[in-house]
Design a protein around this ligand. Sequence first.
Ligand SMILES: Cc1ncc(COP(=O)(O)O)c(C=O)c1O
Length: 425
Amino acid sequence: MVDFNSMFSANALNMKGSVIRELLKLTARPEIISFAGGLPAPETFPVADLKAAADMVFDKHAAKALQYGTTEGDADLKAEIIAFEGRQGVDLNKENLLIVSASQQALDIVCKVFLDPGNYVIAGRPTYVGALQSIQSYRGKVLGIPFTPEQDGFDMDALELGYAKTIHAGDKVKYIYVIPDFQNPAGFCWSLAKRKALLEFSYRHDLVIIEDSPYREIRFIGEPIPSIFQLDQKGEHRGTVVNLKTFSKILIPGARIGWVMGPEALISKFVIAKQAMDLCTNVFTQKWLAEYMKTGKLYAQIKSTCDNYREKRNHMVNMLEKYMPKRWEIKWTKPEGGLFLWLTLPKFMDTDKLVLKAIEQEKVAFVVGSAFYFDNPEHNAMRINFSYSDKPTIEEGVKRLARVITAELEAYEAGNRAKTTPEGL
Ligand SMILES: Cc1ncc(COP(=O)(O)O)c(C=O)c1O
């Protein structure tokens, strides 16, 4: 019997499975209400329009669509993306643009290009678990920065201090990873001042910023704030910000198509890294999305998805207000976009334990907050998704969640009372 473990690379041995993927397997049972996944609402998928676009590809572009393509990406799709970004005030050339097999591939490419084992990435506490997984698989480390109590971006003092300590210890920091628009997991949105402050910090220390923006267009309340990529472009234009975008949340995740915007020198390095991964992104799918974009329907599509999510987000917030116990301090974010709320319980609660009871006893699931920390996780929070379920399911799920939380808090109180009761009484 071959001992495969003894043959795995150090990188492979350091890889960790995603807690979320494991949890999603558990929650696939039909009786379970799952707030765990990050799934867009299937009713938002424009099936008829996408079918017409696919037919168009077969009718008009079959020879190209069924062939190998360039690593950089399909020229038609790139032209559509340049126009799409242009409408948002982003100035883009095709040399600054790389089409990828969605943002997750971009996150892997970034690690592949920048990280040697032991190198640090600056990232939020909490942050997107898929980014942590990529960093882990290249044996990188994370300098985790907490957010301000106002949830408007990093605690900049903690950033300065953490950075100084890391450098002083002789370690290398390679880049900053942030999700300024409706972050996964917590839904935090960075203020303009914090975006500018981070850009200034990156200039001062010659650091690249990887700005991950899958939810940027999914703003259902308020006005857009310029991305850090835009702030650099409109300001000093040092070209040190890389912006990751994807069709996953604005259209469909199943297409697995995203794009990377950045300075030409980095894009061309990313192209080489990508070549060894997949030669090129799925050509048919790129042509398909290009045909869909040519109809101009993506803008109305995004608007209607935002309308759908605003309603569901408001409903979930109302249901939390209605059903969550008031006796203890339970808080949740009220994001102006994205797909998630972040619910925080009293410090003594452990959602790693609670999730099993929630699934087994109440048939409701969430993602444990601890999954979103590289190290020293906080255990008293959870991520709950509001985009996937319909409104009655949201109400029922929140009711169940409130029941399991109440039971756990009451059990904790009863345990504490028993401990303080003198023995023998
Ligand atoms: C912050 C963040 N980055 C990247 C991704 C990966 O998205 P994609 O489907 O484009 O690979 C996700 C998916 O949920 C995400 O939340």
